[in-house]
Design a protein around this ligand. Sequence first.
Ligand code: NAP
Length: 268
Amino acid sequence: MIEVNGDTQILGLIGSDISQSKSFQLHNIACQQLDINAVYIPFSIAKENFTASMRLLSSINCFGANVTLPFKQMIIPFISQLTEDAIKIGAVNTIKNNDGKWIGHNTDAQGFINAMKEMNVIWNDRPIYLWGAGGAARAICFALQKIGIPSIYCWNRTETKVETLADIIDIQAYEVSQTLPDNAILINCTPLEAISKYPYQNNFTPYQTVIDLIYRETPLLEKARQHGAETINGFGMLLHQAAIAFQFWYPDTEPLSIMKQNIQERHQ
Ligand code: NAP
């Protein structure tokens, strides 16, 4: 247990609906086990109080924070310096206080890359199909571009939004009624969880890989697994992006295995 004193650094999660977040346990256990004198607390903020809240966080010398919906873009005007990932993704999910000025970063793309590496996903020459064109899809497109994928196919409910990803990666809209090639990789970047709402009831094959960014097993993954496809949920990405955020605040630390062990113990 951290013994809070006058030197304890304040970390937290800025968002409007954060009660279900796993960030509190992940970051507090890392602080405890790495002997860092900091606590990670909720900053549950209503939209209309956002500006005042950001001023307050600066004035109490908040050390750093994660940022979630609906503030990932709203926070940008408060940031003095954005990392390349935050600029490319166009959203900030982690901030760090640097002598009274905020540095804004986005850990989603690298979190995805690290998680996929850990799962030994083979990308080469496989066609990639993406569902969604929101914030997470943007981060995934940037991740794919970083690992050298030249082009992808994308479906989004609002068709015109597919084009907004074209500044990151070569992208083509596709018709969801089409059968995916045998070696395709499908990545769900929407919050859709009910199978009746999925855009197409695909029949998967054993050579396909289906990745769902949702943090748990979903009917999409279950169906893909029944057909023998490789399946990956968003849990690994969640852990890796959290570990990268922690290292953004505290370079030279290794929080990943601590976070992983803690979350596995809690969910056994
Ligand atoms: P977002 O910016 O709000 O984008 C949501 C996307 O889903 C948009 O493309 C939207 O389409 C689509 N969508 C929403 N409701 C839909 C519906 N009823 N039917 C069809 N499409 C629908 O959200 P986000 O930040 O990208 O998050 C997307 C998902 O990724 C969430 O489940 C989130 O939890 C997950 N995520 C996971 C991680 C991780 O670490 N594993 C990280 C980030 C996000 P329109 O453009 O038509 O509105």
